[in-house]
Design a protein around this ligand. Structure first.
Ligand code: ADP
Ligand code: MG
Ligand code: ZN
Length: 479
């Protein structure tokens, strides 16, 4: 019997806000322990939370970016548990009435169920909660750093639509690309801004019923998620093949040993005794407020790639460069607007301009040349006024002086010579000066023509129109 994996992710990301969720403490990483704290995030008795308006906006914005519905009514709940990382002994979250629900993420992944190389994962919900403190080992004792406590956290729950390690990896990549581009979260894994719980089960291929869910808790790297699944899926399949029945449990990934191991079984599951948060009003967004949030929607990476392919007829590789480099893409768009051959401009921007940025350390806004000048340069090549070799020289000049290409060409006398009689004279001279090559060509050595062509180009300092040179040489040699 063949088995298949079924995977669903609960992804937690820290929202990109200046302050924490319920107080004015800074939401920053890397401060000395317990320096960004106050009575509210330390859970002192008698304090009251005030919801961070920006966090609410980012949550709903995420809903829009993930194609979710935004329910007209949402509320906060307390999830009760006793553990040192929570000074309040509960975590505020959204239990039964989340701020967003029922969306989907589309991403490039080819596999079972994909259409034209695109896969879709349904999003159950994305709800707002607060992060908790961090158990930390200090010099001579252990303690808790509460700088992270109360940082706004978004939990994005997917439906069990993922089918393996690679698809899960691609989904996480796509999700974080969306969140970064949308300004929701930096998703900096090294700063612990993203953590996910990986739920995985196996079942006979094609079965409709789900197998027992195993949850691998607190993964904080994409490669860790992939490796954990590469280990866990065969483990479950082998167990089922042996006739064991898997039981729902929570496991931990041991990065060093490369295995998962039992943390707790279903019987030890916590009873969180969720109850509505009495200190916070339900959240009922108004239409103008939602409108304002929608005003912050941006073009997402996938849509951008598709647009560059559709609008400018660029190949996917070029479109990906502009998908990832916003400023370079904007420069290209300004240069290519209305131009008949955008690919020629893309070539110059991707090859020459990008290399120049790397070499000079300039950002696109610090460039000396304008998009119009780049278009002009491409036009000069395409209309045969300068050779592509000369264009390289002109580009170098433009990069340092900022002069428009026509002025540079004029000053240097680089206009391509297409004057037939001038080129004929140069060709004649080259044939006479290199009689052995000429003889070689006449004897059938076709490569000798390239040598002669090179000679003419050299004498003309690269200005002779190379295709004319080739034609004239050949004609003369065959005369
Ligand atoms: P719980 O109530 O235990 O948190 P949920 O139903 O909320 O479980 O699901 C949590 C996550 O687990 C979701 O991402 C969901 O897609 C995924 N999931 C649920 N059941 C399964 C299963 N049998 N196999 C794999 N993933 C599952
Ligand atoms: Mg859950
Ligand atoms: Zn605080």
């Amino acid at each position: 019997m063949e088995y298949e994996a079924v995977i669903g992710l609960e992804t937690h990301v820290q929202l990109k806000t200046h302050s924490k969720m319920w107080c004015g403490c800074a939401n920053i990483f890397g401060s000395d322990p317990n320096t960004n704290v106050c009575p509210v995030c330390l859970g002192m008795p008698g304090v009251l939370p005030v919801a961070n308006a920006e966090a609410l906006k980012l949550t709903v914005l995420t809903g829009y970016l993930l194609n979710c519905e935004i329910p007209p009514f949402a509320k906060f709940d307390r999830k009760n548990y006793f553990y040192p990382d929570s000074a309040k002994n509960y975590q505020v979250t959204q239990y039964d009435r989340p701020s967003t629900a029922k969306g989907w993420v589309e991403f490039e992944f080819d596999g079972p169920g994909s259409v034209d190389g695109m896969s879709r994962v349904r999003i159950t919900r994305a709800h707002l909660e607060e992060d908790v403190g961090k158990s930390t080992h200090f010099d001579r004792h252990s303690g808790v750093d509460f700088n992270r406590a109360g940082v706004p956290l978004l939990e994005i729950v997917s439906e069990p639509d993922l089918n393996g390690p690679e698809m899960t990896y691609a989904y996480l990549k796509a999700l974080t690309d969306i969140l970064r581009r949308g300004g929701i979260s930096d998703c900096d894994l090294e700063k612990g801004m993203l953590r996910c719980d990986v739920n995985v089960s196996v079942r006979p291929k094609g079965a409709t019923q789900l197998g027992s869910k195993i949850e691998i808790k607190n993964m904080n790297t994409f490669s860790g998620v992939r490796r954990a699944l590469e280990y866990e899926i065969p483990r479950q399949i082998e167990a089922v093949r042996r006739g064991e029945s898997l039981r729902q449990e929570t496991r931990r990934w041991d990065e060093v040993a490369g295995i998962t191991e039992t943390m707790r079984s279903k019987e030890d599951a916590h009873d969180y005794r969720y109850l509505p948060e009495p200190d916070l009003m339900p959240f009922v967004p108004t239409e103008p407020w939602l409108e304002e949030v929608r005003g912050r929607l941006v073009e997402l990476p996938l849509a951008r790639k598709r647009r560059f392919m559709g609008e400018y007829l660029l190949p996917s590789g070029d479109a990906e460069v502009f998908r990832d480099h916003l400023e370079l893409g904007a420069f290209f768009e300004r240069a290519a607007a209305g131009y008949k051959n955008p690919k020629a401009i893309a070539n110059l921007v991707i090859n020459n301009l990008q290399a120049h940025l790397v070499e000079s350390g300039f950002s696109v806004t610090e460039l000396k040349m304008t998009p119009a000048a780049v278009r002009e340069l491409v036009e000069l090549v395409e209309s045969g006024k300068i050779s592509s070799k000369i264009a390289q020289e002109v580009f170098r000049e433009m990069a340092t002086s900022g002069e428009p290409p026509a002025a540079i060409i004029d000053r240097k006398g680089w206009l391509q010579v297409s004057d037939i009689s001038a080129i004929e004279a140069l060709c004649q001279a080259a044939i006479e000066a290199n009689s052995s090559s000429s003889a070689d060509f006449r004897a059938g050595k076709v490569a000798a023509l390239n040598f002669l062509k090179g000679q003419v180009m050299k004498v003309s300092k690269g200005k002779a129109n190379p295709s004319l040179v080739g034609e004239i040489l050949e004609r003369k040699l065959r005369e």
